[in-house]
Design a protein around this ligand. Structure first.
Ligand code: HEM
Length: 147
């Protein structure tokens, strides 16, 4: 997949994840699935903790996409320092965020940690957005130099 579409898909999936996270928080569903990394039914969802289960499933998908975008950026011979930095930083943030998600559950939704979870999520979104913009710039430059 071309790097710009990979980055754009990552951005869309991340946006959906933040939307679901906001719902989990506002609806008070944060502790419906009290175990980590899997919910009580293993990998199978259950109506009781479906939303929280979706948050984790989309988080795992987001993590994979963010790391794949970082690898694609580092392997792309037309990539500059900026995209390499934003994509690698996003990679570090996504691993931190997923770990933090586990700690949030473990500490029974400690307010400071939930606030940090939101803050890291926003920073991660900013990095993935910048990566997407840089990726579209790479593809534009490649097309211009070819013609
Ligand atoms: C890339 C990964 C993730 C992102 C971007 C993300 C993002 C978010 C966001 C934006 C919120 C709403 C915060 C608020 O409104 O204050 C949220 C809530 C939450 N997230 Fe995540 N999340 C991620 C991964 C995880 C993981 C792996 C877990 C672990 C199970 C987790 C557990 C939670 C919980 C429990 C809440 C609700 C907190 C509450 O009830 O106030 N998150 N997440």
């Amino acid at each position: 997949m071309a790097i710009q579409y990979l980055a754009l898909s990552t951005l869309i999936v991340l946006y959906s994840l933040m939307f679901v996270g906001g719902y989990v928080s506002a609806a008070g569903l944060g502790l419906t699935c009290p175990e980590w990394p899997l919910c009580p039914n293993g990998i199978m969802p259950d109506e009781e903790y479906l939303i929280e289960w979706i948050h984790r499933l989309v988080a795992a998908t987001t993590g994979t996409l963010v790391l794949a975008t970082a690898v694609a950026s580092w392997l792309n011979k037309n990539a500059g320092k900026k995209i390499k930095f934003t994509s690698a930083f996003a990679g570090v943030l996504v691993v931190t965020q997923i770990t933090l998600g586990a700690v949030v559950i473990d500490t029974m939704l400690h307010a400071v940690l939930v606030a940090i979870h939101l803050g890291v999520g926003i920073l991660l979104f900013a990095m993935v957005l910048l990566t997407t913009l840089f990726a579209f710039r790479i593809s534009k430059t490649t097309i211009t130099t070819k013609t």
